[in-house]
Design a protein around this ligand. Sequence first.
Ligand code: 13P
Ligand code: SF4
Length: 357
Amino acid sequence: MAQNTSECATASSVARSEKVWPKIARPDLTFTPEIEAEMKPIYQRVKHVVTPMEWPHYAPLIKAINTLKKERNAVILAHNYMTPEIFHGVGDFKGDSLQLAREAANVDADVIVQAGVHFMAETSKLMSPDKTILIPDLEAGCSLAASVTAADVRALREAYPGVPIVTYVNTSAAVKAECDICCTSSNAVQIVESLNAPRVLLIPDEYLAKYVQTKTDVEIIAWKGRCEVHERFTAEELETLRGQDPGVKIIAHPECPPDVIKTADFTGSTAAMINWVKDNRPPKVILVTECSMSSNVAAETPDVEFIRPCNLCPHMKKISLEKILDSLIDMTFEVTIDPEVAQRARRSVERMVNLTN
Ligand code: 13P
Ligand code: SF4
């Protein structure tokens, strides 16, 4: 049934872009007084979450990446789970899965470097087939994407004839190609209801499906995938933290278990969680999601205290400034998708984007 992550990551990728790109020499990464002065405005943005000891390592990398982006006519799409030096230092467009998919469709560049995981890079390729899409580490997978294969979806079609299949964006292009429409955590309820069907299969995240079931009368049939980061949070640990700090606000991602979502004051996609904090400015908050997101929001909201039961996504954390730099120098690793699969998968993603525009 389940695909392993690296299978999922390599099935549609080639190691190096087949186009001939101008050779670029490795930049000198010495932290000079000139680089310190030039990078100061960026340090001002991250000074609450990046220590002065770390900065001499990051600053030359950030400068080199931002210079190379211009030479390659490249942009970096950074997911909200990237570490702050990536998110605030080199990210050109930042957001949740839906926002990044939209940016990929509209961005004016030859190259997109996906600072995120493999399914996000595939989505960018679907939205922008003529651009070169690079992922800095091919092993940056996702436990949800690895939990379901195209053959699984075909078996579901046979088992549930006539029932529409909605796939979470956290899946491979091959799985998207077998489904009727895609969704993300920010629009799952809207997508399910748009189908005007009494029953809908919503795969592969069991917890997202359960969350959507609490918001709609449509009968939701779930798959058994889980996010390995969000499934580790427990209602008990959150209740303990609330007991220590009764005023704390708890904001959860819908990939969390149902009892965690029940304890939360708000549930939404990563972008919705960030907006909630920016709009409500609670004195203390727990973002029940991947840990780096708290740092990224904390950099911009120093008046808010973040309490962190910290779970890191091992796949997102494979992306580093060093690997982004290598990716732009060597033009690796290019993400490609079989054209026939891409055509069908694109239809699923475009249907979603058009519905939620
Ligand atoms: P968002 O679309 O909410 O950013 O979620 C993506 C993801 O992988 C969450 O774990
Ligand atoms: Fe996948 Fe979970 Fe990591 Fe998001 S946090 S990429 S759902 S494993």
